[in-house]
Write a protein of this length. Structure first.
Lengths: 195, 190
């Protein structure tokens, strides 16, 4: 029986292959994390409740507060696990070419990572000039991620999308498999429903 | 005995799957036959006509009507692919406006890990004028060796190993004219 279990584990290793296509823009500087546990946290928020407010520093030098958008814009929070890792590096650059889709839905995007400002600055420079704010949830480490229940046990965050309407109410949550990128339409379709 | 058989079956299972994933061991080599990848036919009639196809469903590169096909493995999420999009449109224009090349060299983009929605988003954003097909679950990307993007493969359709890989390289082309000349030479087009 033990032998069979070993075989099953081996088979799982062979079947678990990567699911990303890292851009040459990063010049081979991406750290391969291997396949990770799909989710490793317990959500502390739910659809229909007021989104916990937060204030974080952005790589632009601004300090961004969630409540600043209350009554003005729908907000998409994009938590990513960590800078310089495979799937994350293949995520925000896509959002960078669809500012029009966010505008059409009267929404803004806030990218959030538990990395420090210098790390996030260096990493996002490979993506070109981003139109959205990139926020550092570095210190106290992952405090915002923890408040939303998307901080993993190793100190990284989940790959999560949280959509908050203009009233500050959470309307959509996707704590995605950390090994995969949520599709663009999985963000845009729920936004369209807020119209 | 039963346990032994189960063990053997399990080992065979591993062997089969490891053999299939070993295709991700590297990109297609020059001189080899392009792996048999199945692509989704474009819905657009003009794009179907451009590729020399009809109907719906899947197609293979071997079915494309051309002497040479330039395959671009791209992603909507790849900054270099975004930057390279205008160049690719220019390459398409250079081919289509050259009577000796028009109809003989075709370009096809494969969106690695991109859904149809994402491929269309990229197409609209950069006004891409040649067909782009999705590879949402990375099936094709894995067969092509999980290459980084953008990656270019040129296949010769009239060579001895149809379709024969004559070019297989990572990275966008700074000099599109030189790349086109290289494609013409590699495909042995008179």
């Amino acid at each position: 029986m033990r032998r069979i279990s070993v075989v099953i584990v081996l088979a799982a290793c062979f079947l678990a292959s990567s699911a990303y296509a890292v851009s040459e823009a990063y010049k081979g500087n991406i750290y391969d994390t291997g396949r990770l546990k799909p989710a490793d946290s317990v959500l502390k928020v739910k659809v229909g409740q007021k989104a916990p407010d937060f204030k974080l520093k952005a790589i632009s030098g601004k300090t961004v507060s969630l409540k600043d958008y209350r009554g003005k814009k729908n907000v998409v929070l994009s938590f990513i696990p960590a800078a310089w890792t495979p799937v994350c590096s293949d995520q925000w650059p896509g959002y960078n070419i669809v500012s029009d889709l966010f505008e059409e839905n009267d929404a803004i995007l806030l990218g959030i990572s538990v990395d420090s400002i210098p790390t996030l600055y260096s990493w996002t420079r490979q993506m070109g000039d981003l139109w959205f704010e990139v926020l550092s949830d570095f210190w106290p480490h992952g405090a915002v991620a923890s408040r939303y229940g998307v901080l993993r046990s190793d100190g990284t965050a989940e790959r999560a999308i949280i959509i908050i309407d203009k009233k500050g109410v959470i309307r959509y949550i996707d704590v995605h498999d950390i090994n995969e990128r949520p599709s663009l339409e999985s963000i845009i379709r729920p936004l369209e429903k807020l119209r | 005995m039963k346990r032994k058989s189960l063990f053997l079956i399990s080992m065979m299972f591993i062997f089969v799957f490891s053999a299939s994933t070993s295709m991700a061991g590297g990109p297609p080599q020059v001189g080899s036959t392009l792996p048999d990848i199945k692509l989704q036919k474009p819905a657009d009639a003009a794009e179907l006509k451009y590729l020399g196809l009809s109907g719906s469903g899947e197609f293979t590169v071997a079915q494309i009507k051309a002497q040479a096909v330039i395959l671009q493995v791209f992603s909507m999420y790849c900054p270099y692919c975004q930057k390279d999009a205008p160049n690719m449109n220019r390459l398409f224009g250079m081919i289509e406006n050259n009577p000796t090349l028009k109809g003989k060299i075709k370009i096809l983009g494969i969106g690695a890990g991109n859904t149809p929605f994402e491929v269309n988003t990229f197409k609209k954003r950069y006004k891409v004028v040649f067909p782009l097909v999705p590879d949402a679950d990375f099936t094709i990307h894995k067969i092509l060796g999980e290459v980084r993007t953008p990656y270019f493969i040129v296949v010769r359709m009239d060579g001895p190993k149809k379709p024969e890989v004559v070019y297989s390289k990572l990275g966008a082309h700074e000099d599109i004219e030189a790349f086109l000349s290289e494609v013409v030479a590699l495909a042995d087009m008179k």
